[in-house]
Design a binder for this molecule. Sequence first.
Ligand code: PHE
Length: 470
Amino acid sequence: MSHSRPNGDPTPPSAPAAERQAGTTGATREVWGTRAGFVLAAVGSAVGLGNMWRFPYLTAEYGGAAFVVLFVITLLFVGIPIMLAEFTVGRRSRLSSIGAMRAAGGNRWTVIGYLFVTAAFLILTYYSVIAGWVTRYALMGIFQGFPAETGELFGAISSGWQAVAFHICFMAAVVGVVMMGIRRGIERGVIIMMPLLFLLVIALAIWAATLPGSLAGYGFYLRPDMGALFSLDTLTAAAGQAFFSLSLGSGAMLTYASYVSKQADLPREATIISFSDFGVAFIAGLAVFPIIFAFGLQAEVGESAVGALFISLPRAFVELGAIGRLIAPLFFLALFIGALTSAFSMLEIVTAAVIDEWKISRKAAALGAGSLITVCGILPAMNTDILGVLDAIAGEFLLVVGALGIALFVGWRLDNPLDEVTSGGRQVAGSLLKGWLWVLRILVPVFLAAILLTKAGDAWDAIRGLLLGS
Ligand code: PHE
């Protein structure tokens, strides 16, 4: 690996810590107040709509336990290594995505930073629309309960001005918190919200176990279809889910790590964060499927992921009567917290990049970026086909490109990545760390390139479908 650095590199790795802390703004960069603050913020970014619904749904669709096994394997060999790669670049440079890539790799690599910011921007435009639906359902669950015709309800609120209104309210909450900054905004928010989310999901799963359909529900969810273990489709689905769910390839983990102290043990934190994300996803499935099965609604689940979440599940809550009135708000509250804390990280990616690049205040950056995202989000809020295309492009395709970029960068270009990883004290076995580098250099790129080919086809089909109106 070359140790020469390009001309004009503003922050050589030997720069004193204080100097690096100063970032490009000249002011001292914020640091997380506590270890739990950083870990919970990263778990908050990871745990979101992706786990609470998409994971159980994909598991049921792609071979049950076989999917879970493949997911854990991708998590170990691809997810955790890439998360650690993002952490390494973020903490080394103490800058957000664009500046970090420029500082650590020179101008050529900056393109990955721009890619991260673009992906985060695009994902937030439609993520916030879905979060708006969740907000609507949570409020409805609390104050009036769901009508019997949940399909009509979803049709009425999922696109059009109602969807726009809730999207704007959701974005306002996200902007408000990000404007307050890392410690006073995001950290304070996640320290209260994440434990509540864990409690809610665990309580829901325990309650669901008492339902008459629980065993059949678990069977449907985890039925091991071992043929799926060796299918490329299952592997691609598991990998795509791992990137989205762990918030990889968009610079979320890089940006959050730019506020982490040098003492933090990055490999340990990456492992804890990834398994917490998986745990919540898995337990969410244990909560959801018994509910669906108690009312024989499984046939609908096969039709559409979104439909099952926003139509079948609320219908089950209606049929549950009084207990459903109690459980529904808790379920949608958990989903709301997951979406909100994920959205913090997406807006923070864009905001931090704007602050570092343009040297403007956090308040102005968060408000400006948030407003622009809110305006762009009106499109997916008016039209769910556009929402689907944005998801195929940004949520599925760009994240994989971003992950590939950061893996190649840390594997082949970054100077002494192992020094950064081990700066936190407790030493990981050297061979494990070398193994990590080789995973980034060879295994991850080959694997991701294969996945990209499939995803590129999917994204292209989605765009063509929208343009041709089919
Ligand atoms: N991980 C989040 C979820 O599962 C989504 C996300 C993607 C958040 C990319 C940040 C960046 O819902």
